[in-house]
Design a protein around this ligand. Structure first.
Ligand code: GAL
Length: 480
């Protein structure tokens, strides 16, 4: 049974107990969300609850009251992370060999040289029970025979960094121990093991207004294990979601990480709940904007829309996370994979590769190693992302928007997505591009091919290019 389950990406430890979980396409997961009318005054007020995580019974502290306000460390997380994460490729079926293989492929495939740095272990790495005396999480010795610290040493020896997963509930979605009530123990354990990056999941029952105009309606996202007194079922105190129970669960881990000597990048996997874009930068370095990604065009377009709606939250040390990459998974066309990568680049999302790297084709490697796009993403002097602009008066409205511009230390960039399902001619007037001004002449450089286009243009010139269906072109425009 475990072997059959492992083929489906199931966790062998859970599968041997007959526990499997569905990895659903994005659309299906959206269908699981129920819109429910709000019930004023329905917030639970129970003072505490009991967790059985770790095999012992521990009192979980009540929210809120005296919650920490520690900001994230500035010693890491200035730039959006570049790395790999085990979840999209393997879900729960992970082990040291697979994680080390990814690290070695970072070297052999030139990904480390291109700037990729983090090798992140997702859920299902621990034993179901904490150590009964120390209350520490215990790595599953079958999957990780050298422990997490032994693996961390090997990854550090390759000049890379290592990340791990826990979550802000009593248990993870897959049922492993969560960190709620154990933040200090877990933060110091991770630091001692040599962890550089913590992905901290949103396990449950967080209720927040999301994409709904009527604030009296809420989406109930109910997947796992948060005690009822830690959820948000009505507006938080003062209407400030920083003071919501959801935020406080993350603030507690943020504060615990801040007391460690080791800088640990803090990634809030909160699924766009609790208006995280309003307060995420006060707690961590990046925050997930949605439920899980899928290798579909509809996921790519929907997450671009979500990010653009909250684009002003993105700056150095603060990044909207569009979730892990799907290049190498599913049936995205080459053009769609280019848009997937380019959009994560120009919106400055963390880019965590999510596939078995040995299966990437040379065309896929060319996309994810593109030097000029990665340089925009990792720019040392400009931290803000590209934003939408109107290319010419009367341009049609599309969803998502198709024209984006941003600046880097090299100059002004224009990114154009063709959202239609057939090839189309895309145009812009140079003076419409923010920052280019209304005079002078310009040359255009193709960031994908690394070559200059012929000719020069004036501010009133119209540039046009044929763009394949679902493709994205990327240009650097400079004055001549
Ligand atoms: C989800 C998260 C996934 C993965 C999973 C592990 O909440 O969105 O990316 O980490 O938990 O159980």
């Amino acid at each position: 049974m475990a072997n059959a389950a492992a083929k489906d990406g199931q966790d062998p430890q859970l599968a041997s107990q007959g526990i499997t979980f569905a990895v659903l396409p994005f659309e299906n997961r959206i269908d699981q969300l129920l819109v429910t009318p709000c019930l004023p005054g329905s917030a639970s007020s129970s003072p505490s609850t009991t967790s059985t995580s770790g095999g012992g019974s521990t009192s979980v502290p009540s929210a809120p009251g005296g919650a920490p306000t520690t900001p994230p460390t500035t010693a890491t997380g200035k730039l959006p992370a570049l790395g790999w994460n085990s979840w999209n490729a393997y879900q729960g079926n992970i082990n040291e060999a697979k994680v080390l293989a990814a690290a070695n492929q970072f070297i052999s495939l030139g990904l480390k040289d291109a700037g990729y740095q983090y090798i992140n272990i997702d859920d299902c790495w621990a034993n179901m029970a904490r150590n009964s005396s120390s209350q520490r999480m215990v790595p599953d010795a079958t999957k990780f025979p050298n422990g997490i610290s032994g693996l961390a040493s090997q990854i550090h020896a390759l000049g890379l960094k290592i990340g791990i997963y826990s979550d802000a509930g009593t248990n993870t979605c897959a049922g492993y121990p969560g960190s709620l009530g154990y933040e200090s123990i877990d933060a110091s354990t991770f630091s001692e093991w040599g962890i550089d990056y913590l992905k901290y999941g949103e396990p449950n029952k967080s209720i927040s207004p999301r994409n709904i105009a009527d604030a009296c309606y809420f989406l109930f996202i109910d997947n796992c294990n948060v005690p009822s007194n830690w959820t948000d079922n009505y507006n938080p105190p003062g209407g400030d979601w920083y003071n919501s129970n959801s935020a406080i669960r993350y603030r507690q881990m943020g504060a615990a990480l801040a007391t460690q000597s080791r800088p640990i990048q803090f990634s809030l996997c909160i699924w766009g709940n609790a208006n995280v874009w309003d307060w995420g930068a006060r707690v961590g370095h990046s925050w997930r904007m949605s439920g899980d990604s899928s290798a579909t065009w509809s996921y790519i377009t929907s997450i671009i829309n979500t990010n653009v709606a909250h684009i002003s939250a993105v700056k150095y040390g603060a990044h909207n996370d569009m979730d892990m990459m799907e290049i190498g998974n599913g049936a995205l066309t080459v053009q769609e994979q280019r848009t997937h990568f380019a959009a994560w680049v120009f919106l400055k999302s963390p880019i965590l590769l999510g596939t078995d790297l040995s299966k990437l084709s040379s065309a896929q490697l060319d996309i994810i190693k593109n030097k000029e796009l990665l340089a925009f993403h990792q720019d040392a002097t400009v931290g803000t992302p590209a934003i939408p602009f109107t290319p010419y008066s009367g341009a049609p409205t599309t969803s998502p928007q198709e024209y984006f511009s941003g600046t880097s230390s090299k100059g002004t960039h224009v990114f154009i997505i063709n959202t239609s399902s057939s090839s189309a001619t895309k145009q812009f007037i140079f003076s419409n591009v923010p920052g280019l001004g209304t005079s002078g002449s310009f040359k255009v450089h193709d960031m994908w091919s690394g070559s200059d286009l012929s000719g020069t243009y004036t501010a009133s010139s119209s540039f046009s290019a044929s763009v394949a269906a679902h493709d994205t072109v990327a240009y650097l425009v400079t004055k001549v």
